[in-house]
Design a protein around this ligand. Structure first.
Ligand code: NAP
Length: 214
């Protein structure tokens, strides 16, 4: 099962770290091209290769690890998905410039974290994200934890819980298999419009909680 990662920042690089720990092969990409990822792939070892966004997007399972505000531009520019799986790790938040008026807005409950929620007009984010990748089978996962814990799936005597949701049973089974191969404990939250909102930052009831399966 080939794996691509689009985005090599906090989320993408830590997904790659977690895969590399298990020797699982993947191609990681960013906006600046493979050469800019030389030190990351050297750190991660031979299972992780740097590639172009187009190369990463050809994989059977493609992780979306870009900021929400970049997601539409990045994903709608890619060729047809033809049923391949996209793991939506995004959250619908905008990162704020600390000097902007938004960062000091007293009506923004997330200002202290340097982010604000994006208004999706009542839709949940994976519903909107799915429109950016027509023909893909979207599974929501890897978005609800602080990414720094991803390279340590086993901790405190158990396995960290990773929630996932989606509407395609086969795609979910494949992503579940990958989550388990990474040594997380996979919990199925059901359909995208149920599990998506539950695990999504900022207001999902399960987001940011770090559960351990003992
Ligand atoms: N940070 C967290 O703790 C966390 C936790 C859960 C979920 N998330 C979600 O994960 C997503 C990514 O967040 P992050 O914190 O990883 O952001 P980040 O550190 O800013 O990384 C964003 C990555 O996207 C890449 N990118 C931007 N435009 C691109 C383009 N046109 N083509 C290809 N790549 C492009 C950037 O490339 P360059 O490096 O070349 O600029 C960068 O590698 C967001 O949706 C966020 O909500 C984050």
């Amino acid at each position: 099962m080939s794996i691509g990662i689009i985005g090599a920042g906090a989320l993408g690089s830590n997904i790659a770290r977690a895969l590399a720990k298990k020797g699982i092969a993947a191609t990681i990409s960013n906006s600046r091209g493979p050469a800019s990822l030389a030190s990351l792939v050297e750190e991660l070892g031979p299972s992780i290769k740097a590639g172009s966004v187009e190369e990463a997007a050809q994989a059977e399972i493609v992780f979306a690890a870009v900021r929400w505000t970049d997601a539409e531009k990045v994903f709608t520019a890619l060729p047809a998905w033809n049923g391949r799986i996209v793991v939506d790790g995004t959250n619908p938040v905008e990162f704020l410039d600390p000097n902007s008026p938004d960062a000091k807005d007293p009506t923004n409950p997330l200002a202290a974290y340097g982010i604000k929620a994006v208004d999706l007009g009542g839709k949940h984010s994976s519903e909107v994200f799915s429109q950016f990748v027509p023909g893909a089978r979207v599974v929501k996962a890897f978005n609800h934890l602080d990414v720094n814990v991803l390279p340590e799936p086993k901790t405190a005597g158990g396995n960290r819980v990773l929630f996932y949701s989606g509407d395609d049973a086969d795609a979910k089974a494949k992503v579940r298999g990958l989550i388990e191969a990474m040594e997380f404990f996979a919990v199925d939250l059901g359909a995208l419009d149920v599990g998506g909102p539950l695990a999504s930052l900022p207001f999902g009831a399960l987001s940011t909680h770090n559960f351990i399966k003992l």
